[in-house]
Ligand binder design. Structure first.
Ligand code: NAD
Ligand code: MG
Length: 399
């Protein structure tokens, strides 16, 4: 039987890896319902011509003419703007890959969840901002949420269908990123290029920087608490530079179950795409004798404060995780554009959490309150970025 699939964020690292698996599957196994992207119109058009979706949506209306010209005469349906992306997410695919980066993925991911089918969730920021609302929506619609993030996918597999509430704890592994062994002085001078050069994983720019600050692992702790309904004290993090063990479950009897594999996102994506069956992939196989040994160490809270900031935001609850995520998105973007330094990222997040009084602190009862908190937190973070950029400019002038 043909399975219909939609890819939200088709031009990204996860989106392309998903399409790679679909292209390699036997003919007729998958039919693409919808593809979406943000600004990369030419790349999206190329994917549309190759995979022939029923609908192609581009978020940025200013690039619509590029898509229009490329798809002219193809007979393919397309649209531009946020409403087109929403339409794409609402189409009746059996399986949806939610791989838009950031809080921008909230509304489209929710639209997919509301349809009550299978949602392969890569867009961790959506769960960080609105975890309880997403999980409740999935319960109501009957949607199955399959974790794509490699650690959560590993834990989902290691749980083997048993209830997470019955396990002692789960452990997320972290590669430690490019600055695992760097001094604070080196980190202070790090450029965007240094931060994006991940030692193990090949990923989009934003998550690569998150990995370098370890905010990625902080977001993942929150993601895990929502996905597996666990309190944060039962979600541990361990640095494992080889990134071979992706996640572990510790049972009451002291036994640990782990999922291992080459660090390649196509393995967890294939698990979600084939689920409940397994599919063949061309991912390179682990050669354990060649690997020789695996190493583990505790994370360093001094050099990587983002991890504790995320735990604190989750404990605080209300709008705090939304503020954490929004401030991080703004600060990472400012860092990638050379406006602030690497260590400023966690500092801006910390200041945003401290000064976030203007942002509704109460419980987030619906998605509108989440969007409002996100917008207010972004505004605050932008002003903090500007203040820091001004300060460094005047310091540089004074020097
Ligand atoms: P990426 O930057 O490579 O791709 C992001 C995709 O989202 C692109 O298709 C882009 O067009 C789309 N997009 C960006 N902004 C948008 C907007 N405002 N509106 C609509 N679409 C928009 O990112 P990625 O590395 O593929 O990561 C995607 C998600 O998966 C992130 O949430 C990330 O944390 C998560 N994730 C990624 C990896 C990985 O290996 N790359 C691993 C685990 C989890
Ligand atoms: Mg991960």
């Amino acid at each position: 039987m043909t399975r219909s699939v939609s890819i939200l964020g088709a031009t990204g690292s996860v989106g392309l890896a998903t399409l790679d698996l679909i292209a390699a599957a036997p003919a007729g196994q998958y039919a693409v319902t919808a593809l979406t992207a943000n600004t990369r119109a030419a790349e999206l058009a190329e994917l549309a011509l190759r995979f022939r979706p029923r609908f192609t949506a581009l978020s940025d209306p200013r690039q619509a003419h590029v898509l229009e010209a490329a798809l002219a005469g193809s007979g393919l349906q397309w649209g531009a703007g946020a409403s087109a992306v929403a339409e794409a997410a609402s189409m009746d695919a059996d399986w949806t890959m939610a791989a838009i980066v950031g809080a921008a993925g909230l509304a489209p991911t929710l639209a997919a969840v509301k349809r009550g089918k299978v949602v392969a969730l890569a867009n961790k920021e959506a769960l960080v901002c609105a975890g309880p609302l997403f999980m409740e929506s999935a319960r109501r619609s009957g949607a199955t949420i399959l974790p794509v993030d490699s650690e959560h996918n590993a834990i989902f597999q290691a749980l083997g269908g048993s209830d997470a509430a019955s396990v002692r704890r789960i452990i997320l592994t972290a590669s430690g990123g490019p600055f695992r062994n760097s001094s604070l002085e080196t980190m202070a001078r790090a450029t965007a290029r240094d931060a994006v050069a991940h030692p193990v994983w090949s990923m989009g720019a934003k998550i690569s920087v998150d990995s370098a600050t370890m905010m990625n692992k902080g977001l993942e702790v929150i993601e895990a608490c929502h996905l597996f309904a666990l309190p944060p004290e039962r979600v541990d993090v361990i640095v494992h530079p080889e990134s071979i063990v992706h996640g572990l479950v510790e049972h009451q009897d002291g036994g640990l179950l782990a999922q291992m594999g080459t660090p390649d996102m196509r393995t967890p994506i294939a698990h979600a795409l084939g689920w409940p069956d397994r599919m063949e992939t061309s991912v390179s196989r682990l050669d354990l004798p060649a690997l020789g040994k695996l190493t583990f160490e505790a994370p360093d809270p001094q050099r990587f404060p983002a991890l504790e900031l995320a735990r604190a935001a989750f404990r605080e609850g209300g709008a705090s995780p939304v503020i954490l995520n929004a401030a991080n998105e703004i600060a990472v973007d400012a860092f990638l554009n050379g406006h602030v330094g690497f260590l400023d990222i966690a500092a801006i997040v910390a200041d945003s959490l401290d000064q976030g009084e203007g942002v509704a602190r109460g419980s987030l009862t619906d998605f509108d309150t989440v969007y409002a908190a996100d917008a207010a937190a972004r505004e605050l973070a932008v002003s903090l970025v500007k203040a820091r950029a001004r300060r460094s400019a005047s310091l540089a002038q004074g020097a």
